[in-house]
Design a protein around this ligand. Structure first.
Ligand code: GDP
Ligand code: IMO
Ligand code: MG
Length: 479
């Protein structure tokens, strides 16, 4: 790995600071000073998009939590409460569904952008829960007026539609994501801003329920939705949330104009993207880097770097093709050691070998500038490791992701085999600590993915991380 040994000492120093950094607490002034000094030392900080390079659950939450210390705002740009981002630190375990993973830092503005679909009930539940965990939420949290709402009928239709599909079901989270985005694109969506105007909200709801009720009664044999009941329920949510609902488009743009640093936190992953993923087994939003622009109103020229998060192996929740899936004891071992159970639905995640075709595709469609490889520790104790380098289908070798779902479903993965390591990577904080076989493995992942590795995660805690280079520092446009 090119840069590894040389840059290690500096980065180790940066990580020491990370570990001792306080969250919300009495020392806000000291914190501000330390922050200013730190930022002064690293002038060239850029606006960064963090995305999942596989099928979600790559560890985005952990990485965003680490990087959020040095940014002024963390912005979610797509998805909704289908996401589950886990952050583990000395104060406990936090699972974020809608709220950006930067909320634990004092002074970091957390924004839900226009590209997100918001279930206000879920948002309020999350806010309440975080407050019981001692997280202060006030002016540091805003939701875009243009973000679309998830309404009770979206959740009901999501579940009923899945049920009616039988074996062809997508395995959605049942959070109403698809139906809400469908309404947005059909131009009948109701937005966060409408919560502030009861008359407008009621008119839109009345109009929508005419069609929705016909549909749910006739097709799904479900109970109809009453205008008054939904209206009252949502006006209650409006009361609770109104102080947070603002025009986030100009807010974020003005921060960027004032040279503040913004981190865009993606949800799901590249292969769940509605355009580039394994359609139709995808989510309904643009989870790739382009979504950061459309989901926030920040132009692509204002984005400096894109960090892809990839597990050292692969997982997937829900249905759809997964060429390197292991349905044997090896896969079971990854699932058990990696605690691969969904943070939103609790479902078991399917596990398999690292897939270079999948991650290289993510490098291309997101324009990745670097990678963070997570969960390396989970591979400790594996005698042998395999990495997929291509797919064989009907006599043809595919080096790139085929658009044809059938090819992806029926292909044979082509593997390169590696010797595992007998030592431990768990909790390693420097590259030097890693066994030579682990270094060899990482080097290969980097080459195959055609993207440099900036960070390596060796455990769920924020301190269990090797930082080779700070992804927020702008990189010369060499690639
Ligand atoms: P996200 O949706 O991409 O934020 O990922 P999730 O939070 O849904 O899933 C990742 C899981 O792996 C969480 O339980 C994390 O605490 C955990 N995790 C993250 N990085 C590591 C790591 O390097 N090693 C181990 N063992 N666990 C990790
Ligand atoms: P994070 O942000 C993993 C999957 C679902 C299903 C498909 C469509 O934690 O990485 P949806 O409810 O979005 O309509 O479901 O997408 N899915 C995820 N898988 N991580 C996620 O989010 C996911 N969000 C949705 O399992 O297969
Ligand atoms: Mg997750």
């Amino acid at each position: 790995m090119r840069r590894v040994e040389g840059s290690l000492n500096n980065e180790r120093h940066a990580l020491d600071k990370l570990e001792s950094h306080p969250y919300h607490g009495p020392s806000a002034l000291a914190l501000g000073l330390a922050r200013a000094l730190f930022l002064g030392a690293f002038q060239a900080m850029g606006n960064l998009v963090v995305i999942g390079a596989q099928w979600g659950d790559e560890g985005k939450g952990k990485i965003v939590d680490i990087l959020a210390r040095d940014v002024d705002a963390v912005v979610r740009y797509q998805g909704g409460s289908n996401a589950g981002h886990t952050v583990i630190n000395e104060r406990g375990t936090f699972v974020f569904h809608l709220i950006p993973s930067g909320i634990l830092y004092h002074g970091t503005l957390c924004v839900i952008g226009n590209g997100v679909v918001v279930d206000p009930a879920s948002l309020i539940e999350e806010l309440d829960h975080l407050q019981t965990q001692g997280v202060k939420i006030g002016k540091n949290f805003v939701v875009g007026q243009r973000a679309h709402l998830i309404l009770p009928y979206h959740k009901a239709i999501d579940k009923a539609s899945e049920q009616s599909k039988g074996s062809r079901r997508i395995g959605t989270t049942g959070r109403g994501i698809g139906p809400s985005y469908a309404d947005k694109i059909s131009r009948i969506g109701i937005r966060m801003g409408d919560l502030l105007n009861p008359k407008v909200f009621r008119t839109k709801l009345e109009e929508n329920l005419v069609e929705v009720n016909w549909f749910v009664e006739k097709l799904y044999k479900m109970e109809r939705f009453e205008v008054e009941k939904v209206f009252q329920q949502y006006m209650g949510y409006a009361d609770r949330l109104k102080s947070h609902i603002v025009d986030t488009v100009m807010l974020v743009n003005k921060m960027i104009d004032r040279r503040k640093t913004v981190l865009f936190e993606g949800a799901q992953g590249t292969h769940l993207d509605v355009d580039f993923g394994t359609y139709p087994f995808v989510t309904s939003s643009s989870s790739t880097a382009g979504g950061a622009s459309t989901g926030t109103g920040v132009g692509p020229t204002k984005i400096d770097a894109v960090l892809g998060i990839a597990k050292a192996y692969t997982t997937r929740v829900g249905s759809g093709p997964f060429p390197t899936e292991l349905t044997d004891a090896v896969g079971g071992g990854l699932q058990a050691r990696g605690k691969e159970f969904g943070s939103t639905t609790g479902r078991a995640r399917r596990c398999g070998w690292f897939d270079g075709v999948v991650v290289r595709y993510a490098t291309k469609v997101n324009g990745l500038t670097s990678l963070a490889v997570t969960k390396l520790d989970v591979l400790d104790g594996c005698k042998e490791l395999k990495v997929c380098t291509g797919y064989r289908y009907q006599g043809k070798l595919y080096r790139d992701m085929p658009a044809d779902l059938q090819a992806l479903t029926d292909c044979e993965p082509v593997y390169k085999t590696f010797k595992g390591w007998s030592g431990s990577t768990t909790g390693a904080t420097t590259y030097k600590q890693l066994p030579v076989e682990a270094k060899r493995y990482l080097q290969y992942l980097e080459d195959l993915s055609e993207c440099p590795i900036d960070m390596i995660s060796t455990g769920s805690k924020r301190s269990e991380t090797i930082i080779l280079r700070n992804p927020l520092k702008t990189r010369p446009r060499a690639r």
